[in-house]
Design a protein around this ligand. Structure first.
Ligand SMILES: Cc1cc2nc3c(=O)[nH]c(=O)nc-3n(C[C@H](O)[C@H](O)[C@H](O)COP(=O)(O)OP(=O)(O)OC[C@H]3O[C@@H](n4cnc5c(N)ncnc54)[C@H](O)[C@@H]3O)c2cc1C
Length: 418
């Protein structure tokens, strides 16, 4: 039997998507040795809507990578559209807030993830492509990950800390975590289309048939790129309705859907592709001993919008910060700082987003919300801020918001004009 090749590193990162390469970039810039393995070779595709909301843009800006997108020809998308179940349109600009810019980008993941991996490498991280993490070997202290490279060589990768960033239902997580942490709460499907009418906005469509999910049409983010069109849905609802996601997508790009005015002349230029979404924060695990889980692997996907790139970048950054703290002090208990950081960053917003989703799946509620928001520019920007994770849904608990939203003249105008 061939002997396994043994390798030692300070931090091993499994998966080089936004969470993993974001973590590796931060580690390298802090002077910590890291080895990243990914089973794919970059540039590689990843099924996604490709929308980078302002929160993701802010995270990329923090690590100096927004300029790399502009150099590649990507242009800001400054508007967002929500079409309620009854057909009411809300179109608003994205307001800058705190450290979040007032725009998004749409960048195919083939490109975005390559930019991140290249930056991590340039900063000093070692990245091994075509290497798959298989599981953990038994042992005390520093974890040892078993992996296999493209030539079939077995690797034993020993690290002081392992950051697991292998995505939704990642094949490494499936080996090391109990099943209950890995259930896909949702699933989404996308396809690229040319000839979409306009739009210059990230558009979300709350078609009755898609509730409790939604459909989207995102413009190509650079000249000549096709639009990204897709549908996301709760896994439970799909099972209960016994509908296939592909047939929902076919319906969504057809004449019966709210998106038809934008798609009537469009034609598909790719096959549809689907991927699971793990968005149950409660079920997700952020840390187990010296293993830190980041991004989709930690169920950090917005339960309202299904967006996860911003959370992947932020959690990767926080996991790296906790690893650096533990390694510098020699005290592995300091890895617990990661749980606290994620909770502080996301837990309350998650709960708010979850409750909001439960409310908006009712056509009457989402029609009323769209109707009220379109009458007040500031409120519209706030509502879209909640959808794109730059405004906490807990903001809705502020009585002033309701006083403004339900002021008598606004309600009367809504009842009169629909
Ligand atoms: C259809 C769809 C549309 C979406 N649209 C959006 C959107 O518009 N905006 C947004 O913000 N989010 C969107 N999301 C969510 C977003 O795609 C994820 O949240 C994001 O990719 C999470 O990044 P990550 O780094 O955690 O995982 P990933 O991007 O999935 O990266 C995981 C990496 O791990 C590697 N890997 C897996 N297993 C192993 C292994 N055993 N060993 C080594 N490597 C491994 C994979 O090759 C991959 O490179 C969408 C998701 C879907 C399914």
């Amino acid at each position: 039997m061939a002997l396994a090749r043994a390798v030692e590193t300070e931090v091993l990162v499994v998966g080089a998507g936004p969470a993993g390469s974001g973590a590796a970039l931060s580690l390298a810039r802090s002077g910590v040795q890291s080895l990243v393995i990914d089973r794919a070779h970059f540039p590689r595709d990843k099924v996604c809507g490709d929308g980078l909301p302002p929160r993701a843009v802010a995270a990329l800006r923090r690590v100096g990578l927004e300029a790399a997108l502009r150099e590649r020809g990507y242009r800001p998308v400054e508007h967002c559209r929500i079409v309620g179940t009854g057909g009411g349109h809300l179109l608003t600009d994205l307001a800058p807030r705190d450290c979040f810019p007032g725009y998004s980008y749409v960048v195919p993941r083939r490109e975005l993830d390559h930019v991140l991996v290249t930056a991590a490498r340039a900063a000093g991280a070692e990245v091994w492509e075509g290497v798959q993490g298989l599981g953990l070997l038994d042992g005390d202290g520093a974890p040892v990950v078993e992996a296999v490279d493209g030539a079939g060589t077995t690797l034993h990768l020993r690290a002081q800390v392992v950051i697991v960033a292998d995505g939704s239902r990642g094949s490494f997580s499936r080996r090391v975590l109990p099943k209950e942490h890995l259930q896909a709460g949702g699933v989404a499907i996308r396809l690229y289309m040319e000839g979409v009418h306009e739009t210059g906005a990230l558009s979300f469509f709350l078609d009755r048939r898609l509730l409790p999910g939604y459909g989207w049409v995102f413009p190509g983010g650079a000249a000549g790129l096709p639009a990204n069109v897709g549908v996301g849905m709760e896994a439970r609802a799909l099972r209960a309705g016994k509908v296939g996601l592909r047939s929902l997508l076919r319906w969504f790009v057809g004449p019966g859907s709210l998106a038809w005015p934008y798609l009537s002349r469009a034609r598909a230029v790719s096959e549809p592709a689907a991927f699971p979404l793990q968005f149950s924060y409660r079920r997700g695990l952020r840390r187990s001993g010296r293993l830190l889980f980041a991004g989709d692997a930690a169920n950090l996907v917005s339960p309202l919008s299904g967006e996860g790139v911003a959370y992947a970048l932020e959690s990767g950054e926080e996991a790296a910060r906790a690893a650096v703290g533990a390694l510098r002090s020699g005290d592995m208990c300091r890895l617990a700082a990661y749980d606290r950081a994620v909770r502080r960053l996301l837990a309350a917003d998650y709960l708010g987003a979850y409750l909001l989703r439960r409310a908006l799946v009712h056509p009457t509620v989402n029609n009323a919300v769209v109707g009220l928001l379109r009458r007040d520019r500031e409120m519209a920007r706030g509502g879209v801020g909640i959808l794109t994770n730059t405004v906490s849904p807990l903001h809705l608990l502020h009585p002033g918001v309701w006083v403004r939203m339900l002021s008598p003249h606004r309600v009367v105008s809504m009842l009169r004009n629909g």
